[in-house]
Write a protein of this length. Structure first.
Length: 456
């Protein structure tokens, strides 16, 4: 029997050992899900919404328990983990509100009545990552359930515990057996079996671009629906007319939150040359003031990386000879710790400037003018997120339209909310999650024409 070993990233101590799902387990889960889905979809919308709200209430009653699990399995600071548990609750509440508003349309046509229906897909596979285990699992699970589907969630190998607890809370809240199942397992085994299973109607995947491309190719074989949220190398553009002090103070959180393990992290800081030196003077103390330490301490802002493998990946991008402009501190001893690091690579084509590192590492690159800023911002295959800082409203609109990214913020780094759509351009993904259209992404539109012509 294959097993998953959950390790505390801050201490390297074992947390739990979980049985890994086999292809036979996946097949049995899909059968159970299909059976449960038929009854779930047949429920009156109000009943389905009430059950989801009970699920949200159960999550709310166990927020601290879920947050503590997140600290132990993912190394997230407790403040972040509490927000993540609350976000999962909020997504369930938001999705429940959409059940009774999943409206079709009446379209005027000659000779009769034309109406559309949003029919659930059936069984949806959600393959969630380790960087935000609870929120991203809920991004797919909540709207899919609300739209009348069953969900099989495969969490990342390193972070299965919060997902398993959420499934337990769903049952305690009264959701039908088999409707929401969690299958911990290895990607090449459980994940691949889900992707290729003929009983799975849609795959929702969040993870690396390389794996996302493989999943997309496998789904193409049966024209299976797919949503992909993949990598990023997001720009943080600071113009000379911005509030440079505010921009510098906000920059560390934009690439150090979650220890940089965030596909929306603003890891390319583009600064107009005339204020570059001043920005760097302000950035250094702001980076060094970012509190790194025990994830269980409420004062901690940054914890460890998720694993030894991720630590080695980050180190491979930043050798001792790297042109580091700023280096922070990190705890010594056990744990997968890496200090906050800001590089000045010189060339915008350097690997650290164009490849996703997924760690607390950013690069600073100067630009000359607005056109140069847009050129640098778009010099990447990714297009997930980004920020720009300026006092000029016209510039803010022009640059926002010109930057090829799905989610942008002006004078802020906050561009992801569960009530607004989220997704990427280019190699950052396919489709949109969250927002008002979240439920319809888990349905097929059926068109029905009813003739009103009199029989002759």
């Amino acid at each position: 029997m294959h097993e998953l070993h959950v390790i505390n990233p801050a201490t390297e101590e074992p947390v739990a050992t979980i049985a890994a799902a086999t292809p036979q387990d996946v097949d049995a889960a899909v059968t159970r899900a299909a059976q449960a889905q038929r009854g779930w979809a047949a429920l009156p919308p109000g009943d389905r919404a009430r059950q989801l709200r009970r699920f949200a209430s159960a999550v709310d009653d166990h927020l601290e328990e879920l947050a503590r699990l997140e600290v132990r399995e993912a190394g997230h600071p407790i403040g972040n983990a509490r927000w993540e548990a609350g976000n999962a609750r909020d997504l369930l509440d938001y999705a429940a509100g959409g059940v009774e508003r999943l409206n079709g349309r009446q379209i005027p046509v000659a000779g009769g009545l034309n109406v559309t229906f949003h029919e659930p897909l059936g069984v949806v596979a959600v393959i969630a990552p380790w960087n935000f285990p609870m929120p991203i699992a809920a991004w797919g699970t909540a709207p899919a359930l609300a739209a009348g589907n069953a969900v099989i969630l495969k969490p990342a190998e390193t972070t299965p515990l919060t997902a398993l607890r959420l499934a337990g809370l769903a049952l305690e809240a009264g959701l039908p057996e088999g409707l929401f199942q969690v299958l911990p397992g290895e990607g090449p085994v459980a994940g691949n079996t889900l992707v290729e299973h003929p009983g799975v109607a849609k795959v929702v995947f969040t993870g690396s671009t390389a794996v996302g491309k493989q999943i997309m190719a496998k789904c193409a074989a049966s024209v299976k629906r797919v949503t992909l949220e993949l990598g990023g190398k997001s720009p943080n553009i600071v113009f000379a007319d911005a509030d440079v002090e505010q921009a510098a103070a906000a920059a560390p959180g934009s690439f150090l939150d979650n220890t940089g393990q965030d596909c929306c992290a603003r890891t390319r800081i583009l600064v107009q040359r005339s204020v570059h030196d001043r920005f760097m003077e302000l950035l250094e103390p702001a980076v060094k003031a970012f509190t790194v330490g025990d994830p269980a301490d409420p004062a901690t802002q940054m914890g460890p990386l998720i694993s030894a493998a991720q630590l080695e990946r980050v180190r491979s991008y930043v050798p001792e000879s790297a042109p580091a402009a700023i280096r922070g501190e990190a705890p010594a001893g056990k744990g997968f710790w890496y200090p906050a690091t800001v590089l000045a690579p010189g060339s915008p084509d350097a690997p650290v400037a164009v490849e996703e590192i997924f760690g607390p590492v950013a690069v600073v690159l100067p630009f000359e003018d607005e056109a140069d800023a847009v050129r640098l911002a778009n010099a990447t295959p990714y297009g997930l997120s980004g920020s720009l800082w300026t006092r000029d409203v016209g510039r803010a609109i022009r640059v926002s339209r010109a930057v090829a990214a799905g989610n942008l913020s002006v004078n802020s780094h906050s561009s992801v909310r569960y009530w607004t759509p989220f997704g990427g351009f280019g190699e950052s993904g396919l489709g949109r999650e969250l927002g008002p259209g979240a439920l319809t992404a888990f349905t097929e539109t059926k068109n029905v024409f009813i003739s009103t012509e009199e029989s002759k």
